[in-house]
Design a protein around this ligand. Structure first.
Ligand SMILES: C[S@@+](CC[C@H](N)C(=O)[O-])C[C@H]1O[C@@H](n2cnc3c(N)ncnc32)[C@H](O)[C@@H]1O
Length: 263
């Protein structure tokens, strides 16, 4: 694990992307979607490819026991730094673990969790199968698997809104693009990942969009004023509603799929 390909992206991701309107929406919307399905705390959550903890530290703050697994030492350093700003009792509920998600079962010694998250990770792997298999093996009976990935069905949206028309035309039939962090990413579909979950005994429960209007505003060059908490809250509320409804959720570039292990 000496090749830390994420080291150069830590700040643009953890400080840049998450401080943007989209980052705020992502944290808010995903947290609320998860709480719809999670049994109340305490419960054990494994965050595979958890990065700097933006998705699972809010769960630790809500009372869940979080194990954040990530292969990147630099990402884990950032997670440690962010964790250090939280109250001591929250810090005590978080364990950081350096490992590849493809070896998650071994890394957690076969422990079973009440929820396994994998947000924004699958798209960086050539295929989702191996990692989805590991996620499903780490979740106990009745537990949740929560996956966020780029939606291959909306691959034309970004190049079109950037007026890269040739790329947009190609995007209708392509699953790859240069993602928000400037590195190549691969899109997935709800249908394919749902099928993979089912194969591993995890029943797909529901899927959502993640961000929509904030994305379009950014592409249109509109600066969203984040200094007004009321406006930010109103924006987040609209995005949460859009994430649950057709046709809006179908147009969101990322999607969030939640499944439950039956037995
Ligand atoms: C875009 S970040 C997402 C972080 C976090 N899940 C979130 O949503 O904020 C992608 C993360 O995936 C991690 N990653 C890349 N390849 C991985 C693998 N094979 N197994 C587990 N994590 C991986 C990277 O180190 C990075 O922290």
């Amino acid at each position: 694990m000496t090749d830390d390909s994420w080291a150069g992206l830590v700040d643009s991701f953890a400080e840049g992307a998450y401080a943007s309107p989209k980052g705020l929406v992502r944290t808010y919307v995903m947290h609320h979607q998860l709480l719809e399905h999670l049994a109340g705390p305490p419960g054990a959550v494994l965050d595979v490819g958890g990065g700097a903890g933006h998705q699972s530290f809010p769960l630790a703050q809500a009372g869940y026991e979080v194990t954040l697994l990530d292969p990147s030492a630099a990402m884990l350093d950032k997670a440690r730094e962010r964790l250090g700003r939280l109250p001591a009792e929250v810090q005590a509920r978080v364990t950081l673990l350096q490992a590849d998600g493809l070896e998650a079962v071994e890394a957690v010694d076969g422990r079973l969790f009440d929820a396994v998250l994998c947000h924004g990770v699958l798209g960086y792997l050539p295929q989702p199968d191996g990692l989805v298999d590991q996620l499903c093996q780490c979740v106990g009976a009745g537990g949740l698997v929560s996956i966020m990935s780029g939606n291959a069905n909306t691959a034309a949206v970004r190049p079109a809104l950037e007026q890269r028309w040739a790329d947009a035309l190609a995007g209708f039939d392509s699953v790859e693009e240069i993602g928000v962090l400037g590195v190549p990413t691969r899109g997935d579909t709800v249908e394919h990942l749902s099928g993979l979950l089912s194969t591993h005994g995890v029943e797909p429960l529901r899927w959502y969009g993640v961000w929509l209007f904030t994305d379009w505003l950014e592409f249109a060059g509109v600066e969203v004023d984040l200094s007004d908490p009321e406006q930010v809250a109103a924006m987040a509320a609209v995005e949460l509603e859009a994430s649950k409804r057709d046709p809006y959720r179908q147009l969101s570039r990322p999607f969030h799929l939640v499944g439950r292990r039956l037995a």
